[in-house]
Design a protein around this ligand. Structure first.
Ligand SMILES: Nc1ncnc2c1ncn2[C@@H]1O[C@H](COP(=O)(O)OP(=O)(O)OP(=O)(O)O)[C@@H](O)[C@H]1O
Ligand SMILES: [Mg+2]
Length: 229
């Protein structure tokens, strides 16, 4: 097994059959100064059970996405005893895009549009945004014209990315709501399979979303448990 990437939350290995093996780790991500923030770009600590929680939530959601026919996914098989997931290898868009779907305005949306929106304001429909995975430049927002101009994705791929992400996020919002959770926003990644088909890849786990219950923010293993049971 060849180690391809020692990531913040997962290690990525290449298997002999061409698939990848993702090893989910117990790392907790955050921002500068060690502030815990599931969306952060730094590892700020470890929490027992985090890797398994992320794997079990991702597996639950990816199986549900496939069952409902919302998108093909990279999931081949998950092994809870060693916190690994075998996945189909996908080609990223450039060095990777993040598709963000928002139900309630907060975070970077308010930092950008605070002149016109209030933190916590409900958006009239799921709002899809695309950002570049570029830690150095703070994961900037990118529009369709720039994606096409820079050769990162075609018009048809952008339309598919937005449509699939909107449906997947709405499914998760609905499942969360049934469990008493309010999902504010979430992010997900897609890649291309060998035949060009779009695959939902990476993970959709507590670190991918902001969720609240009546008593405040729900995070980490507690959020995974609310989804998976
Ligand atoms: N099916 C797949 N095919 C190819 N790459 C994948 C697939 N699934 C996940 N990845 C990539 O594997 C890496 C997983 O590691 P991890 O998420 O820990 O990285 P990271 O340190 O957070 O860095 P990144 O900012 O790239 O996410 C990510 O770069 C992710 O985009
Ligand atoms: Mg990552």
């Amino acid at each position: 097994m060849q180690l391809l990437k020692n990531g913040k939350t997962k290690d990525v290995y290449k298997l002999d059959n061409g698939n990848y093996l993702l090893k989910f780790k117990d790392s907790v991500t955050g921002g500068p100064g060690g502030v815990v923030d599931p969306g952060g770009n730094l590892v700020v600590g470890e929490q027992d059970g985090m890797g398994l929680a992320c794997l079990s939530m991702t597996t639950f959601i990816f199986e549900e996405v496939a069952r409902r026919g919302l998108s093909a996914t990279h999931l081949v098989a998950a092994k809870m005893d060693d916190a690994t997931m075998e996945v189909r290898a996908a080609r990223p868009f450039g060095q990777g895009l993040e598709i963000v779907v928002r139900f309630i305005a907060t975070g970077s949306f308010i930092r950008r549009y605070g002149l016109y929106a209030k933190d916590g304001q409900r958006l009239s429909a799921p709002l899809v945004e695309i950002t570049l995975k570029d830690d150095e430049r703070g994961d900037p927002l990118i529009n369709d014209e720039a994606l096409i101009e820079l050769g990162l994705a075609s018009r048809d791929e952008i339309d598919q990315l937005k449509a699939k992400a909107g449906k997947i996020a709405s499914m998760i919002e609905e499942i969360g709501r049934a469990k008493g959770l309010e999902i504010y926003d979430m992010k997900m990644e897609f890649g291309r399979a060998d035949n060009g088909e779009l695959l939902l890849i990476d993970e959709i786990s507590p670190g991918s979303m902001r969720a609240y219950s009546g008593s405040g923010r729900v995070e980490g293993p507690a959020l995974a448990k609310a989804f998976v049971g």
